[in-house]
Design a protein around this ligand. Structure first.
Ligand code: TYD
Length: 211
């Protein structure tokens, strides 16, 4: 049996890390073996690419270089880690996947359809079975973030508000294109209310594939 491929999307202040922990615990309670991973990163090569992309001193990085580096990290991730785990019947849970590139590079950086094409090459058209999108407006996300402890902003976080607004529009478009795959959740609700919605989506996926 092939395992399940799940991804979680959501920006600053969306509560993504907390919900990921809850998802892992929930799936493990059901006896499933979960491989947790992230993008950019997930492999040794991917983690090195991550450092290159997010390093705030790399201000000269062009939009196309950035798109290709995210895609390179993803190509390695898919072949080295995700596909073998799925073939072994495991559940793969990735913190971000191709939807991030569509939102941040296609919409945020205005690179458009080229991002889709490059990512089809990188992933061999692999898509998550289910994507949990924790939606929060850039303004609300930032307000929440400011209540958390200070950290140095990475290169993407340093971007202007207008960039993050375009990213949000990108996610909106992606959600409308694939409403079945993407479970869109209002992340301004309480943690418990958000997880209740995630649980419903996970249960539906597991039931629909039960033998
Ligand atoms: P990370 O520290 O993982 O941020 P977050 O907690 O918001 O997930 O940094 C990943 C950053 O890279 C984040 O700003 C989103 C961005 N990103 C892209 O622009 N394109 C991509 O394809 C991916 C995977 C991430």
């Amino acid at each position: 049996m092939r395992g399940y491929f799940l991804s979680v999307e959501g920006g600053d202040g969306s509560g993504k890390s907390t919900q990921i922990k809850k998802i892992i615990a929930y799936l493990q309670e059901k006896g499933l073996e979960v491989v947790f991973t992230r993008e950019p990163g997930g492999t040794d090569i991917g983690e090195k690419i991550r450092e290159l992309i997010l390093n705030p001193s790399h201000q000269e990085m062009t939009a196309k270089t950035e798109m290709l580096l995210y895609a390179a990290s993803r190509a390695q991730h898919v072949e080295e880690k995700i596909l073998p785990a799925l073939a072994a019947g495991k559940v793969v849970l990735s913190d971000r996947f191709t939807d991030s590139s569509m939102a941040y590079q296609a919409y945020g950086r205005n690179l458009g359809d080229m991002v889709r094409v490059v990512n089809e090459i990188a992933t061999n058209r692999l898509k998550p079975d289910l994507t949990i999108f924790l939606e929060i407006s850039p303004k609300d996300g930032m307000a929440r973030k400011q209540n958390q402890k200070a950290h140095t902003l990475d290169r993407m976080e340093q971007e202007q508000m207008a960039f993050h607004e375009r990213v949000a529009m990108g996610y909106d478009a992606i959600c409308q294109q694939e409403p079945k795959r993407i479970c869109r959740i209002d992340a301004t609700q309480t943690m418990d209310a958000v997880f209740a919605q995630i649980q419903t989506a996970l249960d539906a996926l597991l039931v629909s594939n039960a033998v």
